[in-house]
Design a protein around this ligand. Structure first.
Ligand code: ZN
Length: 306
């Protein structure tokens, strides 16, 4: 009798505009992927479920586990009755959506869920720009700002997750009038440095040339964010990801502003700062690898009983 194929791992990068789904081999290699535009929870989740069912049928095997790296805010405490449920979100129809429970009931496999930024960092530690290190951090700068801190094999902030986007920062001298876009705090980090904050005073970030003064202001805020993370958790690497970080020349500007902020404290050289603050390595598929990596890590845990 022919040996049946090994069970697969499912991964979802649940973003605010697109859900990306993947089935992966036990070693984490992606075998098939699908992009689903976000509409209503019913349609979006339904399309993802159809993809996984189809892949299982075609490959004659099943999923062992599904890992979801999700936008938030979301309950990430496995011990909570609301595990995997989205809290109040400006996305119409999505507040209160029980993401984990819906996939569990539709597919009948254990679902592991964490924040998108924890997923991205898990993947970078596993196979990307933080491989081989014992501590690292990740800041994602897009529609919102989020951060993940990882040290000695564990994420900081459990059983919840950091709300790093809402720290306060010193205002740039040329940016004192802008009220900020955070509905709660106005000019917190997210209120000043997220993509909507850039768009509100300068225009869409993707349309701004590299020499636009907006980028000096942006770097000034992101350098403060890096300094807070660095002083607090002393990560060996800080990865800057998300749509805004694709701007040409922004990372070198952040490094320069970071060096200026530290003012020689701790004796970091330019080379040290270049090694510390980097772009993620996994590119477009980072979030998908995030979901898959979260699932693989859960399977590797000693209490895993799939
Ligand atoms: Zn805020």
């Amino acid at each position: 009798m022919a040996e049946s194929p090994a069970p697969l791992i499912g991964g979802i990068d649940a973003g605010g505009t697109t859900f990306k789904c993947a089935v992966a081999a036990p070693d984490g290699r992606l075998l098939a992927t699908l992009r689903v535009p976000v509409t209503t929870p019913e349609t979006t989740i339904g399309a993802c479920v159809d993809f996984f069912r189809w892949e299982m049928k075609e490959r004659g095997t099943r999923l062992n586990v599904l890992g979801i790296a999700s936008f938030g805010p979301i309950d990430v405490d496995p011990a909570s009755p609301d595990y995997g449920t989205l809290y109040a979100t400006p996305k119409p129809g999505w507040a209160g959506t029980r993401l984990s429970a819906r996939f569990f009931s539709a597919l009948g496999v254990p679902v592991i869920l964490d924040t998108d930024v924890n997923g991205a960092l898990a993947a970078e530690v596993d196979r990307g720009a933080a491989r081989g290190l014992s501590s690292a951090a990740y800041i994602t700068v897009g529609t919102g700002i989020g951060a993940s801190l990882w040290s000695s094999g564990a994420f900081i902030g459990k059983p919840s997750h950091p709300e790093f986007g809402h720290i306060r920062v010193e205002r740039h001298p040329a940016d004192r009038e802008f009220a900020g876009v955070c509905p709660f705090h106005g000019d917190c980090l997210e209120g000043l440095a997220s993509a909507p904050a850039i768009a509100r005073r300068f225009g869409p970030p993707e349309t701004l040339p590299a020499d636009h003064p907006a980028w000096e202001i942006e770097a000034f805020y992101l350098a403060q964010a890096c300094a807070v993370l660095f002083y607090t958790g002393r990560p060996q690497r800080i990865l800057l990801g998300g749509g805004v970080m694709q701007a040409e020349g922004l990372v070198p500007k952040v490094r320069a502003a970071f060096g200026h902020l530290l003012s020689g404290y701790l004796g970091l050289t330019d080379g040290d700062i270049e090694a510390l603050i980097q772009r993620p390595a996994l590119g477009e598929d980072a979030g998908l690898f995030g979901g898959v990596t979260l699932a693989r890590q859960a399977m590797a845990n000693s209490d895993w009983t799939a």
